[in-house]
Design a protein around this ligand. Structure first.
Ligand code: UDP
Length: 395
């Protein structure tokens, strides 16, 4: 019988993390991968376009949760996912990244106990350990830490990693963080960076998209901006200072800024939107589909961001990245890559210095090679075969 594997996706950064794994699992005769979309991001340009661009089928299950406070969202996902678990009984649940649904689905899975009466029904996928009577949970992109507990994502990472049965990490710092937190080493498997798989899988299409030309930009001449973290967009003073810095930079270099819905809402709320939109040499757009966005990354001279994924993509591509944050959960992008952390007051100055990002800062981190999904599949095969020796409870 095929092993039913749920791949949980909730929001924009999740889709490019499940896509390579979905495609890899579809090639395995023993695996039945199904996509569960919790519906945290639901509008077309934050969700639907990614399914199209990443060649994914429509989600097999849609929980339709929508927006809400953190507690509301977490609770709703847990309730809806618990029902789906009972109805479908997967062998393995794969959660990715650090959004509320990552934590909520992990919690729902580790707490469920399949009812006795149904565990022996012949055609239903079975939990892989009869003593557990629940599926295993694996976290893809485990071990990342910003050490900043004011970030909602950091809380989601800590809770998810402390509960997951298998922790797939992208880099050595992830392994070290988990070991420091007392996670047993046999639960930790370094697999590399799954985002890079999506990038490599889609590279021909990204290159064919040629977005810089459509905006009239020469390759290597413009800056790309993405911002959405609460620390940057929820505080009026910070957002005002960011707008001022972007205007200043646009006097030197064309900027293209695909605006996240949260950021747009805040720009409008604080009444900055109209003025920013009028700025010469600064183009505001809707959030872009993956292929279009990556095409703009490929051609950019530099990127200004607070996104986690963009820090990784720029490091992989050797493109200077200025991250408007005090910390990063992806320190390898600074120590080995092209990323620099900066404040809004130093942003314009950093833009002037990006040419000093030298060649030896353009190392590709180990196992960021487009083969992460394959390593995850091997790990899943191991876990499923070694179920008797595997000890998921405790650390
Ligand atoms: N992205 C995109 N279109 C955009 C902005 C981002 O396709 O307009 C992609 C890009 O690949 C990025 C990913 O979405 O790495 C995740 O971005 P986001 O900033 O939403 O999430 P984070 O990585 O910060 O959790």
């Amino acid at each position: 019988m095929k092993k039913l594997i749920h791949l949980i996706a909730a929001a924009r950064p999740n889709f490019m993390k499940i896509a390579p794994l979905y495609h890899a699992l579809c090639k395995e005769t023993w695996a039945k991968p199904e996509i569960v979309h919790t519906g945290q991001h639901y509008d077309a340009n934050m969700s639907d376009t990614f399914f199209r661009d990443l060649e994914l089928p429509p989600p097999h299950h849609h929980l339709g949760i929508g927006s809400g406070s953190h507690a509301e969202q977490t609770g709703k996902v847990m309730t809806a996912y618990e029902r789906l678990l009972e109805a479908t009984r997967p062998s393995l649940v794969v959660v990715v990244g650090d959004v509320n649904s990552t934590m909520a689905c992990t919690l729902a899975t580790v707490k469920i106990k399949y009812a006795e009466k149904a565990t022996n029904q012949s055609e239903e996928p079975q939990p892989i350990s009869s003593s557990l009577q629940r599926p295993l949970v694996a976290h893809l992109e485990a071990g990342l830490r910003s050490f900043d507990r004011t970030m909602p994502e950091e809380i989601n990472r800590i809770v998810t990693d402390s509960l997951a049965d298998i922790l797939w990490t992208p880099s050595a710092d992830g392994d070290e963080n988990l070991a420091r937190e007392g996670i047993a080493v046999d639960k930790i498997v370094r697999v590399g960076n799954i985002m890079i798989d999506s990038l490599e899988m889609m590279r021909p299409k990204i290159e064919a998209t040629n977005m810089p030309k459509q905006y009239g930009f020469k390759d290597g001449s413009y800056g790309l901006v993405t911002l959405h973290r609460p620390s940057n967009v929820d505080d009026q003073g910070q957002l005002e200072a960011i707008c001022a810095a972007l205007k200043k930079i646009s006097q030197r270099m064309s900027l293209i800024f695909p605006v996240h819905p949260r950021t747009r809402k805040q720009l409008e709320h604080f009444d900055f939107w109209h003025n920013l939109k009028q700025t010469p040499n600064l183009t505001l757009s809707e959030p872009l589909p993956y292929l279009q966005f990556m095409s703009l990354v490929f051609g950019s001279r530099l990127v200004i961001t607070d996104s986690g994924g963009v820090q990784e993509e720029t490091t992989y591509l050797g493109i200077p990245c200025l991250t408007l944050r005090a910390n990063t959960e992806r320190p390898i992008t600074v120590s080995e890559g092209t990323n620099r952390l900066c404040s809004v007051t130093t942003l314009a100055q950093h833009v002037g210095e990006v040419t000093t990002i030298t060649k030896n800062q353009r190392k590709k981190p180990l196992m960021w090679d487009g083969c992460t999904a394959e390593r995850v599949v091997v790990s899943i095969r191991d876990i499923l075969h070694l179920q008797v020796e595997f000890t998921p409870s405790g650390n």
